[in-house]
Design a protein around this ligand. Sequence first.
Ligand code: NCD
Length: 361
Amino acid sequence: MRSLIDITDFSVEELAQLLDTACDISENPQKYAEACHGKKLATLFYEPSTRTRLSFEAAMMELGGNVLGFSEAGSSSAAKGESIADTAKMISCYADIMAMRHPKEGAPFVASQNASIPVINAGDGGHAHPTQTLTDLLTIYRELGRLDHLTIGCCGDLKYGRTVHSLISAMSRYANIKIVLISPEELRLPKYVRYEVLEKYGMEYEETTSLEEAMPKLDVLYMTRIQAERFDSFDEYERLKDSFVLDVKKMELAKPEMRVMHPLPRVNEISVKVDSDPRAAYFRQALNGKYVRMALILKLLAEKDLEHKVEEKYPLVVNQIHCDNPRCITSCEQEIDHVFKCVEPTMGIHRCIYCEAKKIR
Ligand code: NCD
């Protein structure tokens, strides 16, 4: 059985197949209208969402299936203290597949270790958001006709913006990708993405605090919201919230075929006046999210009864290192083993398998 926890759970070939299916669904929706007849998708959203949850639900409905679930932790048994593991086991009795969004990093992974149905990570804290990346890949592919030979500018909150982490991880597997990181000093890309992805895979990248300077080089500008909910200090958020605002004037600096993407919701970072520019692809991107989630649900349900062995890339260390990241799922669920993978044996670098926090040992 497969789950989708991290975008690298799928090979490049599998991603290409998913995008092909998504394109076919968008062109021939009637062909798929009964594909999931009698199947149920559970959406477990412990954090706010509009697009991700509704696009999952719309996706399942358009496949002829049904949906059940909750859209806030307060209305689930989490409010009574139920563990992720117990919730996952129980949901497996009621649904055929589940999508989970959770504020704690690694929560969907814990769910996948305990469920007997496929689990989809619909966003875990500031960590990862693989189905947004599927949406992004489909959008880049449909808008520009390729997933290689691209200069992609990621702008805004690169520290807490989980969509950027998953996107960079996905792009590391395509040829000739250059990443331009555009953020305030305080919101730079986390070190684990920098070292474990950009540097490890020898990706070309540069960092800047100037959107204007980056603009002319880009094939894709991926704007992101400053993630207010992940800041420790409100004052810090207030100070940084309007760091970058894309307006019509800045669009004049861009290539004529450049595309602006945004996982949405936007706050102030893109002026509504940009919406009418044909290069503004973010609403088309939201629609792509539905098609690619349909393709994903089909794939995971089709492979549900197949055995799937995951090759462990790194040696694991169990309960010998303690993860002290307060955003990690291990910080609030005492019975979860603290497991670290040794990613760099010569320097003793270990990373938590749930949240990627680093420890030297
Ligand atoms: C993103 C998310 O939840 O990380 N939204 C989404 O899923 N489309 C981006 C965000 O909230 O800023």
